[in-house]
Design a protein around this ligand. Structure first.
Ligand SMILES: [Zn+2]
Length: 317
């Protein structure tokens, strides 16, 4: 899309977003144009003529952009928006996300150059504002829903639908980024139930954390370096568990609980590798470690809100 179209769509939607500070409309618009002048690059792997794997830097495509790039910008924008003193950073990320969102509603020039050019030209004559007045848009709430919307972005082969959807999706996604920093009541209630569940289990978590710490010591003595290295996940989990039971801060507790998943998945994969390396270490450590995770970090209220944790600030009841 033309730079002017990006700016116009962005200005129109920013004005319609409730509570969007008017002094930030300009920086948001400027950033919505920026990927054309300051491009993004990503590493791509390829196989050389000799059969070796090489990497090269390539420009991120503006048509058929990988969704993970748009999601990354959206998530960063939201994270900056949540932090009072860093809000300005939010407009850079959100602006760049909007650029890719808008471009992706236009077919790629490599697919059909004539069609691409005619849609870009046609869109520059239309006023995106009418697409917001015509429809009743709803601001999506939450990270999961916002990411689902990004997954729905696709090109249209006519001017009206390209511009209409570029405007509509820009509005929904930016509206979600700049929505209230506090979790909606229904999410917040579930989060409090999850927080209280941790507090109910304090004694058990403490005992199990101590058992995990002891296992780290025992394995380090028995198996030296291998024992210690293989115990690192248990060490990390027990420390996280201890912070969860000591802390009174619901945001800290939820954020730790959210991060545990990725630690458990990557560690479990490492352990499976360890089993072939040192059978005894793997066989004893793996159940101990998984047992801890499934006993304390696998319950329905936590699972319901886990994906949303870093999208909001949470309040304790
Ligand atoms: Zn572009």
């Amino acid at each position: 899309m033309y730079g002017s179209t990006h700016r116009e769509i962005t200005a129109v939607i920013a004005k319609k977003i409730i509570n969007f500070p008017s002094e930030y409309i300009l920086p948001l618009c400027t950033n919505s144009e920026s990927p054309d002048t300051i491009p993004d690059y990503e590493k791509q792997t390829y196989i050389t003529a000799k059969g070796k794997i090489g990497t090269k830097k390539v420009r991120v495509r503006h048509h058929g952009t990988p969704y993970r790039i748009i999601r990354g910008y959206v998530l960063n924008a939201r994270h900056y928006w949540l932090r009072d003193n860093k809000r300005k950073g939010s407009f850079r990320f959100a602006g760049r996300a909007l650029h890719y969102i808008q471009d992706n509603f236009v077919p790629s020039p490599s697919y059909d150059k004539k069609l691409h050019d005619s849609i870009e030209r046609g869109a520059s004559y239309l006023n995106p504002e009418k697409f917001i007045q015509e429809e009743n848009f709803e601001i999506s709430i939450g990270k999961k829903e916002t990411f689902r919307k990004i997954g729905e972005i696709k090109p249209f082969t006519d001017i009206i639908n390209s511009l209409k959807n570029a405007t509509k999706f820009s509005y929904i996604i930016a509206g979600s980024i700049f929505s209230s920093i506090f979790a909606p009541q229904n999410f917040n209630d579930i989060a409090n139930k999850a927080f209280n569940k941790f507090k109910e289990k304090t004694g058990y978590i403490l005992i199990y954390s101590i058992v995990l710490l002891l296992s780290v010591i025992v394995f380090s003595i028995l198996k030296k370096e291998i024992g210690f290295i293989s115990s690192i996940p248990s060490l990390v989990l027990s420390v996280m568990g201890l912070i969860i039971i000591i802390s009174k801060d619901i945001n800290l507790v939820l954020r730790i609980a959210q991060k545990i998943d990725i630690i458990v998945i990557s560690s479990a994969l490492c352990y499976i590798g360890f089993i072939s390396y040192d059978l005894l270490t793997g066989i004893i450590q793996l159940p101990l470690f998984l047992g801890y995770y499934f006993s304390f970090f696998w319950f329905s209220n936590l699972r319901k809100i886990k994906g949303e944790v870093d999208w909001y600030i949470w309040k304790k009841d």
